[in-house]
Design a protein. Structure first.
Length: 286
């Protein structure tokens, strides 16, 4: 997939905007996945999208009419969507909407590669064909992460948090198990098998884990939504719905299930110690 755009603030002007960032695509650009705050991405001639800063400076909203001065012509357009892009007043539209403009030429290409295609080799080969004056950019099809490095960092932090949570469960269950060593000795003397002891100790952490998931996940989602919306309000850029509603219901269920797994893994080693200890040893320790 391919789309080209041009940044020509000298040829295209809007009343009330001194420095305008304009991207006019010559092909299908919906796949680029710009985060939409309100409305939709343009899909027909005469439609444009604007970011929050542009709408604030002009006093317009999604759905309003916008007149763009293209050279000596006045092009009447309609704003169909509000885009999240805190990069100065910006507009997005098609080259068909602007028509023929003096100095309007291809300046960059946005390209989405199929899986398995080498980004470096493709970019180098296309740059040699197009020349140094035309830029080549590999566009990410995922609007959330723009590179692999932030994703790997988040993954490493998530794994670290999971390990720390499991260690916290292990410590608390170990202390609770040692405090109940006499009870375990009595249970074993009455015929409780090691497998039953293991199950009893692990099940003891399931109920708190379920209660924690039922409280923590909705609370975290609510606080996240407030924080993101306030950040958009303070910066004046607004915030796309995708940045607020991060997880789907199925993902939230898996997140709660992962908490249960972490709790069970953290309790496994103290439970194994309790299951392996002898009843006489437990009673003697008491």
């Amino acid at each position: 997939m391919l789309a080209d755009y041009d940044n020509v603030p000298g040829s295209v002007r809007v009343t009330g905007i001194t420095a305008l960032n304009l991207e006019a695509y010559g092909g299908n650009s919906a796949w680029l996945g710009w985060p939409i705050i309100a409305g939709t991405w343009y899909h027909a001639r005469g439609q444009v999208d604007a970011n929050t800063e542009f709408l604030t400076e002009t006093g317009l909203h999604a759905g309003d009419r916008l007149i763009i001065n293209v050279g000596r012509r006045r092009v009447v357009t309609r704003i169909v969507g509000q885009v999240y892009d805190p990069n100065g007043p910006s507009l997005w539209t098609s080259r068909q909407t602007l028509g023929t403009v003096t100095g309007l030429g291809v300046s960059d290409y946005r390209i989405g590669l199929r899986p398995g295609v080498s980004e470096a080799r493709y970019t180098a080969a296309l740059s040699r064909k197009l020349g140094a004056d035309i830029g080549v950019h590999i566009a990410s099809l995922d609007t959330g992460a723009s590179s692999a490095q932030p994703s790997s960092l988040i993954r490493a932090l998530t794994e670290l948090v999971a390990v720390l949570a499991a260690l916290g469960v292990l410590s608390s269950v170990l202390m609770a198990t040692r405090e109940r060593v006499h009870d375990l000795g009595v249970f074993k003397s009455l015929g409780m098998t090691p497998r039953q002891v293991l199950t009893m100790v692990i099940c003891g952490v399931i109920a708190p884990a379920v209660a924690a998931a039922a409280i923590a996940i909705p609370a975290a989602g609510y606080l996240h939504a407030i924080t993101v919306r306030e950040t958009g309000a303070v910066t004046g850029s607004g915030m796309a719905a995708g940045a607020v509603s991060v997880y789907h219901p199925a993902e939230l269920f898996l997140l709660a299930l992962s908490g249960l797994v972490i709790a069970a893994v953290g309790a496994f080693f103290p439970a194994s110690w309790a299951a392996a200890s002898r009843a006489t040893t437990a009673l003697r320790a008491e």
